[in-house]
Design a protein around this ligand. Structure first.
Ligand code: ADP
Length: 168
C-alpha cells in the first residue's frame, strides 16, 4: 500500500488542488490530504473550516483522507506511513521554494521522497489567494472552486464586510 501525504494551507481548496489529488491517485493507493494548522500565513478560514471544506469537496473520492497537523511535514508523513510528500508545481515561480523544501525534507527524512505533479494548464494561474481576492469583489469563481467553497467564501466575505461596516 503506497501512501502519500499532500500537505498545504488550502485556504480554501481550489480545483487546482483537486486536480493534483486526482493525478496523485493514479500513482498512489492512498492520499492523506494534510491541512497545516501552524502556517505562518494569515488565513481567511480556520483550520477546522479548511478541513471541512476539503472533506466536502472530496467526499466522492475513495482512498482519500483529510486530516490536520501542526509540526514538521516529514514527521507527519512518517507517522501515517507515507512514502512520499505530494506537491503541485504550477510555474517556474513555484520551483525555487519547492526545491528548497524538498531538499530540506530529504535531509530530515531521506526515506521520504517529494513527488511534484503539474495540474491541467487551466489551473496553472490559480491559487487560493487570487480566489479570496476575486470573491471580495463578488467575481464569478465557479470555474475555479467546488460549489461548497464558493458558497462558504460568499458567507465569509459578507460577514467580514458587515464587521468592517460595524467598526466604521
Ligand atoms: P502551501 O501554503 O503549502 O503552499 P497551498 O494550499 O497554497 O499550501 O498549496 C499546497 C500545494 O498545492 C502546493 O504544492 C502548491 O504548489 C499546490 N497548488 C496550489 N494551487 C495549485 C494549482 N492551482 N495547481 C496545482 N498545484 C497547486
Amino acid at each position: 500500500m503506497k501512501i502519500a501525504t499532500y500537505p498545504g494551507t488550502f485556504d480554501p481548496v481550489t480545483n487546482g488542488h483537486i486536480d493534483i489529488i486526482r493525478r496523485g491517485m493514479e500513482i498512489f493507493d492512498r492520499i492523506i490530504v494534510t491541512v497545516a494548522r501552524n502556517t505562518t500565513k494569515t488565513t481567511l478560514f480556520s483550520p477546522a473550516e479548511r478541513l471541512d471544506l476539503l472533506r466536502k469537496s472530496l467526499s466522492g473520492m475513495t482512498n482519500v483522507e483529510v486530516v490536520s497537523f501542526a509540526g514538521l511535514v516529514v514527521e507527519h508523513a512518517k507517522s501515517v506511513g507515507a512514502v512520499a510528500v505530494l506537491r503541485g508545481l504550477r510555474a517556474v515561480s513555484d520551483f525555487e521554494y519547492e526545491f528548497q523544501m524538498a531538499l530540506m525534507n530529504r535531509k530530515l527524512a531521506p526515506e521520504i521522497n517529494t513527488v511534484f505533479l503539474m495540474p491541467n494548464e487551466k489551473y496553472t494561474y490559480l491559487n487560493s489567494s487570487i480566489i479570496r481576492s476575486l470573491s471580495e469583489f463578488d467575481a464569478d469563481i465557479n470555474d475555479f472552486v467546488p460549489k461548497v467553497v464558493a458558497d462558504a467564501l460568499k458567507k465569509k466575505i459578507m460577514k467580514k464586510q458587515a464587521t468592517m461596516k460595524g467598526k466604521k
